[in-house]
Ligand binder design. Structure first.
Ligand SMILES: [Zn+2]
Length: 149
């Protein structure tokens, strides 16, 4: 039940992203094992026009916070495996933060990059990825203009 609550929040955050023609609108929440929200973020947040949701959220957590190793990252879209805007994709940022569990609504389509397999990168790094497709429609809603092609 908690997974659904937090993933629904991530999908709400996705709707707050400034629209873009070149990147998905995504929301993310970092939640400790005891249910404490550690941080939240969304794509192109604040003054950073290329920041990704997971990146924005993780940047708000102290990297030495011991709760990260048992935390979950909830992301409306699967963390990216590669990106044009920065060298470190979100799947790598999640692993580097020590997080080993990700819950997402939707696997990344090959709209902007080929072989967008963030789940594969995460799994190879020892993380568990859970997909809750019940939230897929809400995760896709702010991205309709990118998916109509
Ligand atoms: Zn990303």
């Amino acid at each position: 039940a908690a997974d659904h609550h937090w993933l629904a929040l991530a999908c709400e955050l996705a709707a707050e992203c400034p629209p873009s023609e070149t990147a998905f609108s995504v929301g993310a929440v970092v939640v400790a094992a005891d249910g404490t929200e550690l941080a939240r973020g969304h794509s192109r947040e604040g003054t950073d026009p290329v920041v990704h949701a997971e990146e924005a959220a993780l940047a708000k957590v102290d990297p030495t916070d011991p709760r990260l190793v048992t935390a979950t990252v909830y992301s409306s879209l699967e963390p990216c495996a590669r990106r044009a805007s920065r060298p470190a994709p979100c799947a790598r940022l999640v692993l580097d933060a020590g997080v080993r569990r990700v819950v997402t609504a939707w696997r990344e389509p090959d709209t902007f990059v080929a072989d967008a397999d963030g789940s594969g990168v995460l799994a190879a790094g020892g993380a568990t990825v859970v997909v809750l497709p019940e939230h897929e429609d809400r995760a896709k809603a702010p991205n309709g203009h990118l998916l109509g092609r």
